[in-house]
Design a protein. Structure first.
Length: 462
């Protein structure tokens, strides 16, 4: 027993024959800032649109991409369970029954040689690996990190799907608004065509003016047709995101109550809770734990094995007292020289760690760029909307003056109608700018990984 203790004491010294000095990582992860408040999972509620809320919830419940992400979580969890099992005693039962003819010219002379005998054995085995160097613990930590990374990837899939649906939804609502404006413009141009045709019949207008208004009416019809086609394609795209056939998109209706609301402020100072960055950070941690596993391979491995059971010649003797068998003892594996296999394995793990670190650093840089771009777009859209509203207000004032002149008998109806045309154009410009602002908000939410806590106030987008 004293010799065994001495051997165990000397094992770490002997393990120095296969050392890992001089092998280390070459990359370091950059630090990122996380928002002070947690992210809201249901960020789309910030827009106050029940129809959008229903679409996103339906997509999250039925999307194949989300089901795939959840299956990956289950797979990673199962792998963690396998890694965890290495920390416990392994117990297994084995039994065998063999009928064998013994060679008459072999090792055993007659009467045993040349006879046919029944052999039976039943054992209960125990095996335990002492995890003195933390190899199994580090392997479990790596598996847990991979499971948590899969959970973050599922959150990322939800975020990507939700923002994609919201983006298409706001495009569609913008088209609905522009179609309504174009239809008003079409009615206005049709009336203008009628008026100039009457004036032309009385010799008060030239044929050129009639053809001009006829062309404008046709162009207005074409614009309506093109936007209606685009809206049908957007409906089909939303249906595809829902995992449904194109007809499912036909249920989406124009908003009939109030326009959706926009977050009043967009905090752009933290990306640390963005799910794809968290997932990559967890993969990095898993890789670091696998480096620790590779280091533990340099040290002795000690297993303790035992079994108890019975063994007999002849099935009837298996349960007799004299048939008992047992075994107990340690098994020691000490790496001394392996042709550089362990050091090469550790270099490989460090290289994999460096790859994960640089991918993480690249994602952080990309995320900061995305946040900056979204903020620039949002600020630009807000400024453009402010100027567009001034222009629209001036055009409406000009229209009111024209109406007043017409009612006073100073102007004519054609002059009034002509002042409506730039208003319709400017209203569609406004619809495009509002949609641009909504898309910028979605880009910011996507860049941050969600909506940070209650830092989002809300206000009308109009």
């Amino acid at each position: 027993m004293r010799r065994l203790k001495t051997l165990i004491f000397l094992l770490p010294l002997l393990a120095g024959c296969a050392g890992h000095s001089g092998i280390h990582a070459g990359s370091k992860p950059v630090a990122v800032k996380a928002p002070e408040l947690p992210l809201r999972e249901n960020w789309w509620n910030l827009f106050g649109d029940d129809q959008l809320d229903g679409l996103i919830r339906e997509a999250l419940a039925s999307s194949p991409d989300i089901r795939v992400a959840r299956a990956r979580i289950r797979r990673a969890g199962a792998a963690a369970g396998i890694a965890r099992s290495a920390q416990f005693v392994q117990i297994a039962a084995d039994a065998s029954a063999v009928r064998e003819r013994i060679s008459g010219t072999g090792y055993f002379p007659p009467p045993l040689g040349g006879s046919t005998l029944n052999f039976a054995q039943a054992t209960l085995g125990f095996d335990y690996e002492f995890d003195w160097w933390g190899k199994n613990r580090e392997a479990l930590k790596a598996a847990i990190s991979e499971t948590n990374a899969a959970i973050e990837e599922e959150r990322e899939a939800r975020l990507v799907l939700g923002t994609a649906i919201a983006g298409e939804y706001f495009r569609l609502q913008s088209d609905f608004e522009k179609i309504a404006t174009l239809k008003k413009s079409l009615r206005q141009r049709r009336r203008m065509h009628e008026l100039v045709s009457l004036r032309e019949a009385k010799g008060l207008e030239s044929d050129f003016r009639v053809k001009q208004y006829e062309g404008e009416e046709a162009r207005a019809k074409l614009a309506v047709t093109e936007l209606e086609e685009e809206s049908r394609l957007i409906r089909a795209q939303i249906a595809a995101l829902l995992g449904k056939p194109p007809e499912a998109g036909e249920k989406i209706e124009p908003r009939r109550d109030v326009p959706p609301v926009l977050p009043a402020s967009i905090p752009a100072d933290g990306i640390g809770l963005r799910p794809d960055i968290l997932a990559q950070k967890l993969r990095l941690e898993a890789s670091r734990h696998r480096v620790a596993v590779a280091k533990a391979e340099f040290y002795p491995n000690i297993d303790l094995s035992a079994f108890v059971g019975t063994q007999s010649i002849g099935f009837g003797n298996l349960l007799k007292g004299g048939s008992q068998i047992n075994s107990f003892g340690p098994a020691i594996h000490l790496p001394i020289f392996g042709g550089g296999q362990l050091r090469s394995n550790l270099r490989e793990k460090y290289a994999e760690y460096d790859i994960e670190v640089e991918q993480y650093n690249g994602m952080v840089i990309g995320a900061m760029r995305d946040v900056h771009a979204a903020k620039v777009s949002l600020d630009s859209a807000s400024a453009e909307i402010a100027e567009q509203r001034k222009a629209l207000s001036a055009l409406k004032n000009a229209h009111r003056i024209a109406v007043a002149r017409f009612q006073a008998g100073v102007g004519d109806e054609l002059s009034v109608l002509e002042t409506e045309s730039p208003i319709h154009v400017e209203q569609n410009v406004g619809a495009d700018l509002e949609e641009k602002r909504f898309q910028a908000v979605l880009s910011m939410i996507r860049s941050l990984g969600g909506a940070p806590g209650n830092q989002f106030g809300v206000k009308n987008g109009r």
